[in-house]
Design a protein around this ligand. Structure first.
Ligand code: ACO
Length: 373
């Protein structure tokens, strides 16, 4: 029997704190009018010191799992796509795995900047279709506010924090992820980067003093690249899915700039009422922008069963890609008591993690004492 990889649920989480354009006017030489006319952004959510990429990712994953029949120990794969991971290592996905008690899941991070979510969904879908797993959670999570230079008006007005997650499950019902185009061009790596903190430029007092751990961007070049490739990737993904653009009910583009999205829509000759846009309230949340936009569209009833969606993104690397998904109603009734039990399991997961850490320390102590004898 042929297997299909369906998106059966999605969830999102954003920090409570909101920065408006007026707040930014007090920090850098900018205006509300400039930001809205050049980007479409009115406000963005900004993480508190306690909120991190992993904590937002965990919250989004729990929200996505809630309506599904999956218990934490049923989850088989967790991928976190992020440009702002919790650490260089361990992977943010492993922290999420521990937080939710997904004791049987493999977990890893995927780095492809803003396109990372599309690439990660494609990896999970391929693993499901091949039969190696039956389900996966794919998360895009960011705390870009922590790598933005808050004195650079060229970049600090653009970005926001948040997380979005999809649950993917195997099914014999045709639909789900129908096609994916994945592209990259490393020769454009310098157009958008965080130069320091890796093996080429390890952290020093100088790299910190010169702000080399923050986002550096050639906005105009990124703009040109994005408008060109978003339309081309969309056309290609639609053709691979053996559909026409008219068969596509909604396009969910990466939310980087309203003008980029409008230019791509014009080039595709798709009316704006078939494009999802929420950049005004979130800014550019990188890997999280597409799943957050899908979650909101679902909640607003804009996505119906049998709808064909295109997810399309671009980002640092350079990377870009597009994916066609057929949404098919696969909802399974999950009794409220089961959901309540599962929420209790999530609390137990934190306790389990704590106990394992204590036991590991004790085992280490016992082992070192006995090996000295
Ligand atoms: N407020 C006021 N003026 C500003 C601001 C600001 N916040 N930022 C820049 N300006 C000024 C510039 O200094 C420039 O002044 P100058 O002409 O005196 O030099 C002027 O505004 C115009 O600058 P442009 O670069 O021409 O402005 P543009 O219309 O291209 O808009 C923007 C700039 C919004 C950055 C746009 O180029 C853009 O969105 N590019 C794509 C960026 C992007 O999507 N990045 C994320 C990629 S995804 C990822 O991987 C994270």
């Amino acid at each position: 029997m042929k297997r299909y990889a369906h998106i059966t649920s999605c969830g999102m989480a954003v920090p409570e704190r909101v920065f408006t354009n007026q707040d930014l006017e007090k920090m850098v030489d900018t205006t509300d009018e400039w930001i809205i006319s050049r980007t479409g952004i009115h406000e963005r959510h900004i993480a508190s010191p306690q909120e991190t990429t992993a904590s937002l990712a965990t919250a989004a994953a729990l929200n996505a799992l809630d309506p599904t029949p999956l218990d934490p120990d049923d989850v088989q794969l967790i991928i976190v796509a992020s440009a702002t991971p919790e650490h260089i290592f361990p992977a943010t996905a492993c922290i999420v795995q521990d937080n939710i008690g997904a004791v049987n899941a493999g977990a890893f991070d995927l780095s492809a900047a803003c396109t990372g979510f599309i690439f990660a969904v494609n990896m999970a879908a391929q693993a499901i279709r091949s039969g190696s797993i039956d389900n996966a959670i794919v998360i895009g999570s960011e705390t870009l506010s922590k790598i933005v230079n808050w004195e650079d008006r060229n970049t600090c007005v653009l970005f926001g924090d948040g997380a979005g997650a999809f649950v993917l499950q195997a099914s014999e019902i045709p639909g789900g992820v129908l096609s994916c185009v994945m592209r990259s061009d490393g020769s454009g790596g310098d157009l958008l980067s965080v130069p320091a903190g890796g093996s080429q430029m390890p952290t020093t007092m100088e790299t910190v003093a010169h702000n080399l751990h923050t986002i550096q961007m050639n906005g105009r070049e990124v703009f040109r690249f994005a408008t060109r490739e978003m339309a081309a990737a969309t056309r290609e993904a639609v053709a691979i899915a053996q559909l026409q653009l008219d068969d596509i009910n909604l396009i969910v583009p990466h939310q980087a700039n309203r003008r980029i999205i409008e230019t791509a829509a014009r080039s595709l000759r798709v009316p704006m009422d078939r494009i999802i846009m929420n950049i005004d309230r979130y800014g550019n949340t990188s890997t999280a922008s597409i799943p957050i936009a899908v979650c909101e569209a679902m909640d607003e009833g804009r996505i119906q069963s049998e709808d064909n969606l295109v997810l399309v993104g671009f980002g640092a690397g350079l990377t870009w890609g597009a994916m066609v998904i057929r949404c098919v109603e696969t909802e399974v009734y999950v009794a409220p008591t089961r959901r309540a039990r599962r929420r209790f399991l999530f609390v137990l997961a934190r306790l389990r993690s704590f106990v394992r850490r204590v036991l590991r320390k004790l085992e280490g102590l016992i082992w070192s004492t006995s090996s000295k004898k």
